[in-house]
Write a protein that binds this ligand. Structure first.
Ligand code: HEM
Length: 413
């Protein structure tokens, strides 16, 4: 069935869809199911770009070296007909300049190698006791009340506290980091306004100045934290420059909590809206892991990532020129009926393809072991401590596409 807010012309593969329509962003999965049925590769008229939803296409494109996150390393703006950068977002551009997400090899390889060690599973696993302690302490604060708004009292706090501790930023900075990060990521929204851009630029300047202060502090007083490690490690005789350190710290802090906050809310909602008994879902580590992966599949927090075509290339019968952009809808690939039986149904026991919520290829989420640990540790604690947990009001979904998360999740027990 094609939802009324979606119009598909299968002959031209053109799709008209208003991303700001609440019917769509409240339940994007219904639109993805229709796109799978009628037009999995499509030209989105409002976005003026080609989009892919098929699992095999998205998976292959994420790994395809003919596409990249960066284009200006191989061609000039003039050659590509791109406008000059906007001066009013110069601070944001500088903060993004060396973000892992915006680089391609060899720069990407060098930066990623320098930080990767901190994020591998065996290192991240060591954080389990403090994660358990933090989740337990937060629940202690609201357990007796019999009700809670989960985002503000739990989900917002855990990921930012953990990533700040890892990097070596004082925990009291948590609320300020959240403010900067929320303003910053408005640059990634569909249909952002000038106000969003000005807010993001101001946040970038303040965030960068703060990080520069922390770098100076750690140069003077090294500690056992990721920031000190990034300052002092070398790769093939080279150290990170000040701008690289700032960009890397900011991308880790932002990416390190935004998606995980959303996913704590999304996972709890999916579980409570299902007919499953949480005690069964979280019976042991294996069932917990399967449950979390299934919530990541069916309700991913970040739906779209883009790539530039680095050369002329044809995919699924569509010709792209060097410098064209394509979009990959990871959340839709997770619902491809060719890979998943009853794709719109939450089935934690399924053992089918791996979800693509953390991407694939060289940009595969560096924080995936940390995000998975956070979800696998704090959700069982939440459900075990609050038996009889229920949704107390219609969950409020954020009015932004392509991040998919909740503004509020009111619960009672
Ligand atoms: C549920 C939580 C999360 C989800 C769904 C998620 C998703 C993703 C995805 C899909 C990508 C690949 C983007 C692309 O291919 O263009 C990515 C990259 C990245 N993520 Fe995550 N992420 C999550 C949590 C985290 C955490 C906790 C961190 C903390 C460090 C983090 C840091 C990063 C970084 C630095 C990159 C860029 C990696 C690179 O380009 O080499 N993410 N994430």
């Amino acid at each position: 069935m094609i939802p009324s807010f979606l119009s598909i012309d299968t002959a031209t593969r053109h799709v008209s869809l208003d991303a700001s329509n609440p019917e769509f962003y409240n339940n994007p999965n219904a639109a993805y199911a229709a796109l799978h049925a009628h037009c999995p590769t499509f030209y989105w008229e409002q976005q003026k770009q080609w989009f892919f939803t098929g699992y095999d296409h998205v998976n292959a494109l994420l790994r395809d070296r003919r596409f990249g996150r960066q284009i200006l390393h191989i061609a000039s703006r003039e050659e590509l007909g791109l406008p000059e950068p906007d001066q009013h977002v110069a601070n944001f551009d500088l903060a993004e300049r060396y973000s892992l997400l915006e680089l391609e090899p060899p720069e990407h390889t060098r930066l990623r190698t320098l930080v990767n060690r901190a994020f591998v599973s065996r290192h991240v696993e060591k954080m389990k006791p403090e994660l358990t302690e933090l989740a337990t302490r937060l629940i202690d604060d609201f357990e007796k009340k019999g009700e809670v708004e989960l985002l503000s009292a739990f989900a917002d706090i855990i990921p930012v506290t953990m990533i700040a501790r890892m990097i070596g930023i004082p925990e009291e900075m948590g609320p300020q980091l959240l403010k900067w990060s929320h303003a910053y990521i408005r640059m990634y929204l569909f249909g952002r306004t000038r106000e969003d851009e000005d807010g993001a630029d101001k946040a970038s300047k303040e965030f960068s100045d703060y990080v520069k202060g922390m770098i100076a502090e750690r140069r003077a007083n090294p500690r056992d934290d990721l920031l000190t490690h990034m300052i002092h490690t070398e790769h093939k005789g080279q150290y990170l420059t000040e701008d690289e350190l700032v960009s890397t710290t900011i991308v880790l802090l932002n990416a390190g909590h935004e998606a995980t906050v959303h996913q704590i809310g999304n996972s709890v909602r999916v579980i409570l809206e299902s007919d499953y008994n949480p005690a069964e879902l979280f019976k042991d580590e294996a069932t917990t892991e399967r449950t979390i992966e299934e919530t990541l599949r069916i309700c991913a927090p970040v739906h779209i990532f883009q790539r530039w075509a680095l050369e002329d290339v044809e995919v699924d019968g569509i010709s792209f020129k060097r410098g064209d952009k394509v979009s990959l809808i990871l959340a839709a690939a997770n619902l491809d009926p060719a890979k998943f039986s009853d794709p719109l149904v939450f089935k934690p026991a399924r053992s089918e393809a791996a979800n693509l919520s953390f991407g694939a290829g060289i940009h595969f989420c560096i924080g995936a072991p940390l995000a998975r640990l956070e979800l696998n540790v704090v959700l069982p604690i939440l459900f075990e401590r609050l038996p009889g947990l229920k949704i107390a009001g219609t969950p409020a979904i954020k009015d932004v596409y392509h991040f998919h998360g909740l503004d509020r999740l009111d619960l009672r027990w």
